[in-house]
Design a protein around this ligand. Structure first.
Ligand code: CA
Length: 460
């Protein structure tokens, strides 16, 4: 029987190949694809489409139409569920479509095009993509496209996967490749000496996946710019590259790490939950021009996503969540592969104990520190500080000014109040954060954080 990896690699390759060739044309065709099936037999009463009682009078949405991009990983679950379980409709947003993006680069291109041109108004993002797009740092012609960060979709559910062995037969097993990379120093140095250093991949530069790899290596005293090789690889090729031995590891979101173990081609060095418990992960951000023009619709959308997040976080819904996400138009991976990570079940491999703790898997509404959904400004500050750390943006960048422009936690709070959420965070900072290696981050003093780091590119 064909292995899951083979099926997935081919399917993902076809998707990526066709999408990258056709660009926004593919998006348009996606938009016209009828939404399936998965939700209709089991839809909640809300899915009937009747506007809820709390949409009334002058607070009604200015538009009922919105186009949101997503990448088929767990971070997109609240957007998919808000559509499939009728939570957007419940708050009067009767024409919201979530649209699969071929890659992070395609999502960026499509938000620049905008929904009017066949693209998207916003959607799911790695960080700090919305800030970099707003500042014109990763857009065509360096054009500034102001965006607003409105909500965090999820935490945890990401990890660093390592191949069992290289093409030449060199094994990574039993070499100390784990959470604390100082134990793998000899192995990393030996590979560097051979002329083909340890090579790890991520799918979009200067955002979560690259930042998790860099943090993990740096914490173990390994310089990601000198001791190893980091490369950008399309998500569809990561597993194939790992199988062929042309890549030693990659940083990725669930359910991909689980598959590496299921197919016995590699092991997990670390979960992001181990690197930084209750860390910030991915976010909902929408073009500022859309939000400014449609303030009530924005709040209606946020309420729909918040209710979806509560639904996703209820263990009683995990099996149905896996079933919906497994749909061909969504993650397109078998339910039995999606369910274990949703329950916090991870085989780690390489002699590491398996993990079985729901709070260590992807969480959508509550984590060990409180709200997942609320977009803390202090977390935006970390992503941008990390960009300074690795020389991705100049150290003179006023990152606080950028965060104050882009992060609209005030809109989140208004929507949450309107929804009746009682435990709304009072501060825009979650306070001092502590990483697995003991490093502390205080968003009020990013200079102290950068000065304290041993491995970095910035001269500070
Ligand atoms: Ca992620």
């Amino acid at each position: 029987m064909e292995k899951i990896t083979d099926q997935l690699s081919r399917r993902k390759f076809l998707l990526t190949a066709s999408a990258s060739a056709l660009g926004s044309v593919v998006l348009k065709s996606c938009a016209s694809t009828p939404t399936t099936t998965s939700a209709s037999p089991t839809a909640s009463p809300a899915a009937g489409g009747a506007p809820a009682a709390n949409v009334s009078g002058g607070s009604g949405p200015e538009t009922t139409t919105l186009r949101l991009g997503y990448i088929p990983i767990f971070e997109s679950a609240p957007l998919i569920i808000a559509q499939e379980k009728g939570f957007f409709k419940k708050y009067g947003m009767t024409d919201v479509k979530v649209m699969k993006q071929a890659s992070w680069g395609a999502a960026r291109d499509n938000v620049e095009i905008g929904a009017a041109g066949g693209g998207i108004d916003g959607g799911q993002w790695q960080m700090p993509m919305p800030h970099l797009i707003s500042e014109g740092l990763i857009t065509k012609g360096k054009t500034k496209l102001p965006m607003y960060v409105l909500l965090q979709t999820s935490t945890h559910g990401n990890g660093i996967a390592i191949a069992n062995k290289r093409a030449d037969g060199t094994s990574h097993l039993g070499q100390g490749v784990g959470l604390d990379m100082s134990k793998a120093r000899a192995h990393i140095d030996k590979l560097k000496a051979t002329g083909t250093p340890f090579t790890a991949a991520y799918t979009f530069p200067a955002a979560n996946q690259e930042l998790w790899i860099r943090y993990w290596l740096g914490a173990g005293g390994i310089n990601p710019d000198e001791d190893v090789k980091l490369i950008v690889v399309p998500a569809a090729q990561t597993v194939a590259n790992m199988k062929s031995g042309s890549m030693d590891g990659f940083s990725t979101g669930d359910p991909w790490p689980y598959r590496i173990l299921a197919d016995q081609i590699g092991f997990m060095a670390a979960l992001t939950e181990e690197i930084w418990p209750n860390h910030p992960e991915e976010y909902l951000a929408i073009r500022a021009d859309w939000v400014d023009k449609n303030p009530n619709a924005t709040k209606a959308v946020l309420k729909g996503v918040m209710e979806a997040q509560q639904w996703c976080d209820d263990p009683a819904n995990s099996a149905e969540l896996a079933k919906i996400l497994s749909g061909r138009e969504f993650i397109n991976v078998a339910e039995n592969i999606l369910l274990p990570p949703l329950q916090g079940k991870y085989d780690m491999g390489d002699g590491k104990a398996a993990i079985n703790d729901r709070m260590k898997g992807p969480l959508f509404w509550k984590d060990g520190k409180g709200s997942v959904s609320y977009p803390y400004k202090s977390h935006d500050m970390w992503f941008l500080a990390e960009n300074i750390r690795w020389g991705m943006i100049p150290d003179t960048t006023d990152i606080k000014a950028i965060v104050d422009k882009v992060n609209r936690e005030d809109i989140w709070k208004e929507a949450a109040k309107s929804l009746g959420v009682t435990d709304i965070p009072k501060e825009t900072s979650r306070g001092v954060e502590t990483f697995f290696d003991g490093t502390k981050f205080d968003s009020n003093d990013t200079t102290a954080y950068l000065k304290g780091l041993k491995v970095k590119k910035v001269k500070i």
